[in-house]
Design a protein around this ligand. Structure first.
Ligand code: ATP
Length: 296
């Protein structure tokens, strides 16, 4: 059974075409990631599903039924920004939202315990990680079958991110379907059963992380670290190149021939090379192959 079915979805904001014919099927019980750079259309797609944002054309079904006020109850939404009221405590926030959603209050204590939330702390005193967890707890008040999360770990430190990932995985174990939008390939790779890569309002590839990496085909990735100079010169000969955090990743067809040439160019431009490896591709490399640019 498909939890979410989207056919040929279009949405513009004035002249900006945010979605240009998106089609997707998300199966019940899977974690599905929308991966793409800022502006790809992920938030727009999520807001149509979770907030009732209008669209221009297309068809959306939730467990086989047309998206409507009725199906909204099947979906819990965790937006990027905190939705908690600063001056209310954690527990008061949950009680407030339970009233708003007309949801039972008997689960609130269990949610507080499961999310290890400080019940009596005011929302404004919570760290980013706890605020995100409170958002997640609020979205679960009426026990939705589908959870939709927008950039769940943006801005969180590594331990808070891992904790959030564990919680998201525990909901999958309970049979919930999870759709998340992210521009972190690590997040998509760590959590998702399947990933749709989005760019400029379109889905450009879809599959498991391994299936997507197979799209790179016979190309290898050469990774170079060090104090690198002459990257633009290198790009003239090796256009499929990204640099991030002082590490250069270059897609090549024939690493045996390309590697000495890459080293030669970099050194001739005054680089100090500390290390060179030939590596497995990442999802970012897949994105680079498909679009000619990096994810961020
Ligand atoms: P981000 O990670 O930055 O949220 P995204 O992939 O979620 O990126 P969207 O927020 O869906 O992308 O944006 C898609 C396009 O639509 C962008 O060009 C954006 O500027 C535009 N856009 C989004 N919301 C609006 C709006 N309310 N009014 C006008 N343009 C918008």
């Amino acid at each position: 059974m498909n939890a979410i079915e989207i056919k040929d979805l279009w949405k513009s904001y004035g002249d900006v075409k945010a979605l240009r014919g998106v089609s997707l099927e998300i199966k019940e019980g899977e974690i599905f990631a929308l991966l793409g750079p800022n502006g790809a259309g992920k938030t727009t797609l999520i807001r149509i599903l979770a907030e009732g944002l209008g669209y221009d054309k297309g068809e959306i079904r939730i467990f086989g039924e047309k998206l409507s006020k009725k199906t909204a109850r099947l979906i819990g939404y965790v937006p990027q920004e905190s939705i908690a009221y600063d001056l209310l405590t954690v527990k008061e926030n949950l009680e407030f939202y339970a009233d708003l959603y007309d949801a039972p209050k008997d689960k609130i204590d269990a949610l507080i315990e499961r999310f290890e939330l400080p019940a009596k702390k005011k929302a404004k005193e919570l760290s980013g990680g706890f605020k995100r967890r409170l958002n997640l707890a609020i979205s679960l008040l009426y026990d939705p079958k589908i959870l939709i999360l927008d950039e769940p770990s943006t801005g969180l430190d590594v331990p808070s991110r891992r904790k959030l990932w564990e919680l998201i995985e525990s909901f999958k174990e309970e049979g919930k379907t999870i759709l998340l939008a992210t521009h972190y390939m690590e997040e998509a790779e760590a959590l998702a059963d399947r990933i749709a890569i989005m760019n400029e309002g379109k889905v450009i590839a879809i599959g498991t992380a391994d299936e997507l990496k197979a799209l790179i085909g016979e190309e290898s990735i050469i990774q170079v670290e060090g104090l690198l100079k002459g990257i633009e010169k290198l790009r003239e000969e090796f256009p499929k190149l990204i640099e991030k955090d002082g590490i250069l990743r270059i897609q090549v067809k024939n690493p045996r021939e390309s590697l000495p040439r890459i080293v030669e160019i970099l050194i001739s431009q005054g680089s100090e090379i500390k290390g060179v490896k030939v590596e497995e591709p990442t999802l970012e490399d897949v994105f680079l192959k498909l679009t000619g640019r990096g994810l961020e």
